[in-house]
Design a protein around this ligand. Structure first.
Ligand SMILES: C[S@@+](CC[C@H](N)C(=O)[O-])C[C@H]1O[C@@H](n2cnc3c(N)ncnc32)[C@H](O)[C@@H]1O
Length: 249
């Protein structure tokens, strides 16, 4: 089967769900280790809190994945969450998880492409897009995600940082081939991201270093990570991903 950005995810989910979470979990999957769902949801809960959602805010978890990093804690908090993913298997697995906690009615689940979302302009108050833009056309994603966000709405998006030391490993063609077949992965310098945000009326408000390939680092509190990684320009030049809090102007 020829791998494309559209079907590679379906392939991962069918082979082993944990592969969809990235390299460290890929290793877990190979050795048959279970993913710690509670940890993923705890991360999600902390990320949600950064955007201070109000009770009636409409929330989008774009490219939600099957573990529902944002969806599950948002639904548990009684927030109005809509979750989309391109993989039908991811949607099905997330539906099962929501059912497990009797949360199905708290979330609208849809199969959709983040580059062509089935929502009207200025629809969502808060938008989350995590661990996915590395596989996509930046311009199309930013344009679409900005379109569906309300004026003064907040977004939390992360991108692979082209300056990060850890990413020299990910950029290596040998590892890329093992991890994602022939799919291209994208790594961004902050300047390029800023240019794209400005083009579509978005502004970086703050940056966090939430994600990391190193498990010990993942467990630190966000505030501590923020202090450790703070560098020039008030942002994080060495972080593995740019984990950005963004505002729609
Ligand atoms: C690495 S997983 C991240 C899942 C989740 N956001 C998280 O942080 O745990 C990437 C997810 O994005 C989905 N995805 C990839 N390309 C997509 C697209 N163009 N539109 C919608 N979903 C997409 C995949 O199916 C997969 O579930």
């Amino acid at each position: 089967m020829k791998m494309t950005n559209e079907n590679v995810w379906e392939h991962f989910y069918k082979k082993n769900e944990s592969f969809s979470l990235g390299f460290s979990y890929y290793i877990f999957g190979i050795f048959g280790k279970e993913v710690d769902e509670d940890k993923i949801w705890k991360d999600g809960e902390r990320i949600i809190s950064l955007l201070h959602p109000k009770k009636n805010d409409k929330i989008l978890d774009a490219c939600c994945g099957s573990f529902g990093r944002i969806t599950i804690p948002a639904a548990k908090r009684n927030l109005r969450v809509t979750s989309v993913d391109i993989s039908p298997t991811a949607i099905k697995l997330l539906k099962n998880r929501l059912e497990r906690f009797k949360l199905s009615k708290k979330c609208i689940l849809r199969k959709a492409d983040v580059k062509k979302l089935p929502f009207s302009n200025n629809y969502f108050d808060k938008v989350f897009l995590l661990n996915t833009p590395h596989f996509q056309d930046l311009d199309k994603i930013i344009k679409e995600i900005s379109r569906v966000t309300k004026k003064n709405g907040l977004l939390f998006i992360n991108f692979k940082n082209s300056e990060s030391f850890a990413n020299y490993f990910y950029k290596n063609p040998f590892f890329q081939r093992i991890l994602v077949g022939k799919i291209k992965m994208y790594f961004y310098p902050l300047d390029e991201l800023k240019r794209n945000f400005t083009k579509y009326g978005l502004q970086i408000v703050d940056a966090y270093s939430v994600f990391s390939p190193f498990p010990f680092y993942m467990n630190l509190p966000l505030t501590l990570k923020q202090r450790i990684m703070k560098r020039a320009h008030g942002l994080y030049t060495n972080a593995h991903t740019w984990d950005l809090l963004i505002k729609k102007l």
